[in-house]
Structures are given as C-alpha cells and as structure tokens.
Design a protein around this ligand. Structure first.
Ligand code: NAG
Ligand code: NAG
Ligand code: NAG
Ligand code: NAG
Length: 554
C-alpha cells in the first residue's frame, strides 16, 4: 500500500500527487515514519503542470453536434457551437473535454457501415426507427488526422475552437488510433511494407478474411476475427514508427490531451504474440525499444503540458504507465463495481493497488465503448453509487455525455443518435451536486486517504474516502453504501481538532448539519447509517493531522 515506486517513472513533467495513507494497521505507518527518518527520504514531485485529478467529459463529436443542431434548430458544426454549452460543463467542474471522433474516416468504412446486410440487426435493435441518414460510420477507421470536413468543419475551425476553450479554462482531448489505418489509406498500395504482410510462402489470391488483395493484413487483436475495414501497421518497420509519430505530433499540436485507442496493441509483446512469426518470416525482428517510450517522450519534449490517456485492457496498464502514459483506463475497478455486490472484492482492489497506480488511472462507469451506466449497473441509484466510488479515488474522473442525465439507451458508434428516452431526475440531481464537490476536493494539494469503516458487522458494505484540502481548511468524507442492504459503521477521523468541543459536519447532498464531539470522532469515529446505494459526503473544518509525511516540492 505504501508504494510510491511508480512516481519516478512518471515521464516528463509529472503532476504533483500528494498522498497520505490511512492504513488499517497504524504500526505500518510507524514503521514507515521511522524509515523515513532513518533514510531521510524525501518524496519529491515535480511541479504541477495540470490538475492531478482531471475531470474529463467525453462527447461523441458528430452525434453531439447533431443533438445540439436539433436543440437549437440550425446546423451546428465546429465553428458555431454555442459556447454556453461548454460554459455549463466548465461550471460543473469539467476540466478536459474529449471530442471523440474528430478525424476524417475512409470511404470504405463508410460503405461498410451502410452495408445493411451486415449491420441492420444491430441498428434495428438499438435504434428501431433508424434512417440511412443516421448512419455516420465509426470514427475509428482514420484515413488522416484532419478534421472530418464534409461533416463538421476544417482544421482551422478546430484550432479556433481550441483557442476559445483554452481561453475559458477548458482543455481539449483528441483521438490517436495507433493500431491500424483505414484500408483506403493510399500507403496501403504505395508503401505496403509499412503494414503487416502475408507470409512469403503464401501467394495470391490471399485469404480474403485476413488479407487485402495485395497481401496487407487487416487489423486484428488476436482475440476477435480481423477487422476488414482496417489495415494493420507494422511497428517493427522504423518507417511506420516515424509515420505514426508524425501523426501523433500532429494531434499533439492541435490538442491539450490525447486519448490513444487500444494502446496496448503496439507493445512489442503484443506484436510478437499476434504477428511475431509472420514478421520474422519477412525478416523483421523485435526492436529493442517500445514505440510509446520514444513517441511519448518526443511529444512531451515539444508539448510538455500535453497529457496522454491510454485505452488499455488485459492487465497491461502498469506497463503503459511506465512507458509514459499519464493515465490508463481503469477497467478493473469498473468490472469489480459491475460484478455484484461482493464488496470484499472492491475493498481488496483498493487495498492492493499502489496509490500512485490509482492516481495514474482513469476511472469511469461509462464511456462510448461500454454500456450506459444505468443499463450496466441496473438502476440509477446503483450507477450513481458506483460513480461516487470511482470518482472518489485519486486519478482522472471520466464521464460520457448522457451519463449525467441517466441515459440507458446505447449510442451505437456507427450511428448519430440513440433512441429517445426521458431523463432521470435522480441522476441529474446526483451529478449536479456531486461533480462540483469532486472538483472541490481534488484541487492540487489535496491529500487522499482510503478509510476503513469499523464498529459494525455490516461495515464492509460501506466505503469511505477522505480528502483533506489544506488550501481551504476543509476535509471531505465520501461514504457510500454499495449494497442492496442498509449499512452502518464508524470512520475514525484524525484531522478533526484535538479538543473536547463539538464540530459541525455538513452533509452536502441534503445540507443537513450534524454536531459531533471532536474527541469522540477521533477515538470512536464518525458513525454513519446509509440506505441502499446511498452516497453521503460530509464536509468539516479540519486541522493538519500531527503525523504526516514530509513532502517537499522541488
Ligand atoms: C513511402 O515509401 C517511399 C519510398 O521508400 C518513401 O520515400 C516515403 O517516405 C514513404 N512514405 C511514408 C509516409 O513513410
Ligand atoms: C466549491 O468551492 C467553491 C470555492 O471555494 C465554493 O464557492 C463552492 O460552494 C464549493 N462547492 C461545493 C459543492 O462545495
Ligand atoms: C445499506 O443500505 C441498506 C438498505 O437500506 C441498509 O439495510 C444497510 O444497513 C446499509 N448499510 C450501511 C453500512 O449503512
Ligand atoms: C487490431 C485492431 O484492430 N485492434 C483494435 C484497433 O482499434 C479498433 C478501433 O477502436 C479496435 O476496436 C480494435 O480492437
């Protein structure tokens, strides 16, 4: 638990993450303090270049612009988005907006999306009244990193939009898709060696499920059949690496943050697993370096404030963090929260993850690759509680448009709209209150601890997360009953004043004030009772606990 080891692997300008630990066993704390004194260890962090716990909001760009066009009654493209839409997000606490799907896609992918022989069932199930005009094709068959001009605008519109966003204090995230290209990329014909090629012992005609007519392989991840609208890059060819770095630098020049699709696929280990034999037969050998290490350090040397987010699964998160990604998708927490109400698994997850790992993770209950949270978690209350847990730990807090109004119907990635449905007041009320609170307790300099809840045989159902905000003198205690049953328990707080007076705890959702004796809260804890999936956040005036790490800023 007391593991800061990854902080030194944080590449380039790292964020300043100050963490303190509420260990279930205080002897551990004592040992660490002694070690700190003996070795005079200073845990140092370079200065903050960006919020250490950024709040990210994803919109699917073309569907979002379509939704806004319906709302305002005229066609909205990048150059005429009403800025009050962004201002509303900013006021809620959003710091980064990910405009997913900005880039030009290939015609081949577009035709495939409209090939109803393949897709009609999917569309009919998810959008029964779909029209051909609703089919916009997946934005992930990128042809080139220029704005999808026929649909949404020009590169200049994007540059202007980013300037406007930055001026109002918002940052822009855009996509980079490393693993493959649209099949109609001209390089597939002119520079086929930049792609994986069929083994030399095969001759045309090639297996049409795996190869283009000229022998270039379709994209695949080794688990699913090949994606026949994509061509697989050959990262063991330096020419390909240079080309992809060029694309990444172009994205970096237009964005404040980059989300890298399926970022584990260019890892040498994955290429070896999926393509190794084929590449060896063509005379390629595994490079001694990883693409990402080189690419990310190059990006950061030119754009030091740019942050990179990796979409990653298969347990390769830690490896990508070490190669320089600022944040990696936290699918494990999502899965643990989804699975069932076996809260032991979730507690174990928090107790086993080094805080530095959590701090470099992007926590979510919904995004464009997953079901809507309300559908996945089964109810608005459970989805809200899951979000309260995942946004109360250090790291990026990542939401998807529609989540905050409790949408349940999926938005298919090839379509521009989902089935209309009523908004959910309980979701709106929760997020309207919750996100600004999160923004307040995760300001730079905040100190996080994961609290154990005791004094009750049903305390295991309750989660408690503590944030002390030295810059304001307040602390926040987030408590969540992640169970279909009522729960209760007590949380010992060592940052209330060491006096025998009463102090006030304000519960922020209800505004209810509780007066509790400070000594009692220090010794026996703050007793909480929560309904099923209820979230309560207590705010109180705190003092600096007498034992703390000596954290120096360089
Ligand atoms: C394609 O190959 C040609 C000939 O080798 C080379 O000059 C060119 O730079 C390559 N294109 C890219 C984008 O790397
Ligand atoms: C957040 O902090 C600001 C500035 O200190 C304050 O005005 C606002 O009331 C706080 N909001 C919440 C929800 O605590
Ligand atoms: C969680 O909610 C259920 C249902 O209301 C309740 O029975 C249980 O006591 C609550 N748990 C805690 C720890 O508050
Ligand atoms: C090999 C391959 O195609 N892998 C992934 C590349 O990116 C697409 C688009 O997001 C993924 O869906 C593929 O699984």
């Amino acid at each position: 638990m007391l593991n800061h080891s990854r902080s030194d692997l944080w590449s380039g300008k790292s964020s300043r993450i100050i963490t303190s630990y509420s260990s279930p066993s205080s002897w551990m704390m004592v040992i660490v303090l002694v070690l700190l004194m003996i070795f005079n260890v200073m845990i140092s962090f370079t200065s903050a270049q960006y919020a250490p716990n950024p709040i990210l909001y994803e919109v699917s760009t073309r569907p979002w612009l379509y939704e806004l066009s319906q709302k305002y009654g005229y066609q909205i493209r990048l150059n005429n988005i009403p800025m009050k839409e962004f201002q509303a997000l900013k006021n809620q606490g959003v710091q980064y907006i990910w405009m997913m799907g900005m880039w030009t896609i290939g015609n081949y992918g577009r035709c495939r999306a409209t090939d109803l022989a393949m897709r009609a069932t999917d569309y009919a199930v998810n959008l029964p009244d779909y029209q051909m005009s609703d089919i916009i094709a997946s934005p992930y068959q990128v042809l080139e990193y220029t704005v999808n001009q026929q649909e949404i605008g020009t590169d200049n519109d994007l540059i202007n939009l980013r300037q406007q966003l930055n001026a109002m204090g918002l940052k822009l995230m855009l996509d980079f898709v490393p693993n493959h290209s649209a099949v109609d990329n001209p390089l597939v014909e002119t520079n086929s060696s930049m792609f994986i090629l069929a083994p030399p012992n095969l001759s045309p005609p090639y297996d049409a499920y795996s190869y283009l007519p000229n022998g270039v392989a379709y994209g695949k991840d080794g688990y699913f059949p090949a994606w026949t609208d994509t061509a697989q890059f050959n990262y063991w060819n330096q020419q390909t690496r240079n080309y992809q770095l060029g694309n990444l630098m172009k994205v970096a020049s237009m964005a404040d943050a980059i989300r890298c699709d399926m970022a584990m696929l260019p890892l040498n280990s994955q290429i070896t697993r999926i393509w190794g034999q084929q590449l060896n037969q063509r005379g390629y050998t595994q490079p001694s370096t990883e693409f990402w290490q080189w690419a990310i350090s190059t990006v950061k040397s030119k754009f030091p404030n740019t942050i990179l987010l990796a979409e990653v699964y298969w347990g390769l998160n830690g490896e990508l963090q070490q190669l320089g990604f600022d944040f990696t998708y936290d699918k494990d927490l999502y899965d643990a929260l989804t699975a069932n109400s076996n809260t032991a698994n979730i507690h174990t997850y928090f107790l086993n993850q080094p805080l530095s790992y959590l701090a470099h993770s992007a926590h979510f209950v919904e995004n464009h690759d997953q079901s809507r949270a309300v559908a996945n978690f089964g109810s608005v209350d459970r989805a809200n509680a899951a979000c309260a847990i995942s946004f109360s730990v250090p790291g990026m807090k990542f939401s998807y448009f529609g989540q905050w109004v409790g949408k349940k119907n999926p938005l298919v990635v090839q379509l521009r709209r989902s089935t209309t449905e009523p908004v959910q007041p309980d979701a709106i009320n929760f997020y309207t209150a919750f996100i600004p609170i999160v923004a307040n307790f995760t300001v730079p300099g905040s100190v996080f601890s994961y609290k154990t809840v005791g004094q009750s045989n049903i305390a295991y159902r309750v989660f408690a997360f503590h944030w002390r905000v030295p810059s304001t003198g307040y602390s926040y205690l987030v408590t969540v009953n992640y169970s279909a049953n009522q729960g209760n328990g007590a949380i010992i707080l060592d940052d209330v004043p060491n006096t025998n007076t009463d102090i006030i705890f304000v519960e922020l959702f209800s505004g209810t004030q509780y007066s509790r004796n400070a000594q009692q809260v220090r010794q026996s804890g703050l007793f909480v009772v929560l309904d099923s999936y209820q979230v309560q956040i207590f705010k109180y005036q705190s003092t600096t606990p007498s034992f703390k790490f000596n954290i120096k800023k360089h």
